[in-house]
Design a protein around this ligand. Sequence first.
Ligand SMILES: O=C(O)C(O)[C@@H](O)[C@H](O)[C@H](O)COP(=O)(O)O
Length: 238
Amino acid sequence: MVQIYNNTDEINIEAANLFIESAQKAITAKGKFTAVLTGGSSPAGIYKLLASDAYKNKIEWSKVFIFWGDERWVPLNDDLSNAKMSYSTLLSHVPIPQENIFEMYKDGVTPEDYAVEYEKSIRTVLGEEGTFDLILLGMGDDGHTASLFPGEAVLQEQTKWVDAYYLAPQKMYRITLTAPLINKAEKIVVVAFGEKKINALKEVTTGEYNPTLYPMQLIKPLSGELLFLVDKVAAGKN
Ligand SMILES: O=C(O)C(O)[C@@H](O)[C@H](O)[C@H](O)COP(=O)(O)O
């Protein structure tokens, strides 16, 4: 479902509310909340809101487990690191135990080996079903999501939950959750705003099925819910 908002602030409030709602529901039902954060620039406003006094006290952070949808294979103090951005805007400001945070990068190992290790961590926390309570995703101007980029072999992956590969156009390794794992989630929230997203959003939501070109089309939850929170600019209504 695509929900259209007037501006980014409204999207941030809705996404933060959905995060709180999912967290409270999961913690009441099973004593823990498993969430996946997205990288890119779009979620910073959501994270800052969640870290604000009005929001952060609504969550029992000791029962929250944080993973990422994807990561650029760079050290945690690099400005390109999705984890670095998530710490500076959210995780450093809330009382979450460090052992509940699963960064998608580790010094001294190869990205491929770490993908295997990361999948093990997911299985340990989530069990063999691999159902995250909430996955936040962004969408690139080209229709990629997480590090599922157009034309890359990772789009074909059916077995692995986590994969790592060299993304030649960006000259860097990427590590990413795969579509089959993402699709097991209870709720998937995609955030997209601004003019640059107009074409991708249109192709992904109303165009022909061509996930090689628009990988976001691979995101089709098995039994969960998929929500696009977009502004009217991205929706082409301005
Ligand atoms: O690390 C990344 O690059 C991502 O997680 C990526 O999939 C991102 O979400 C989109 O590229 C949208 O990025 P923006 O939010 O910056 O538009």
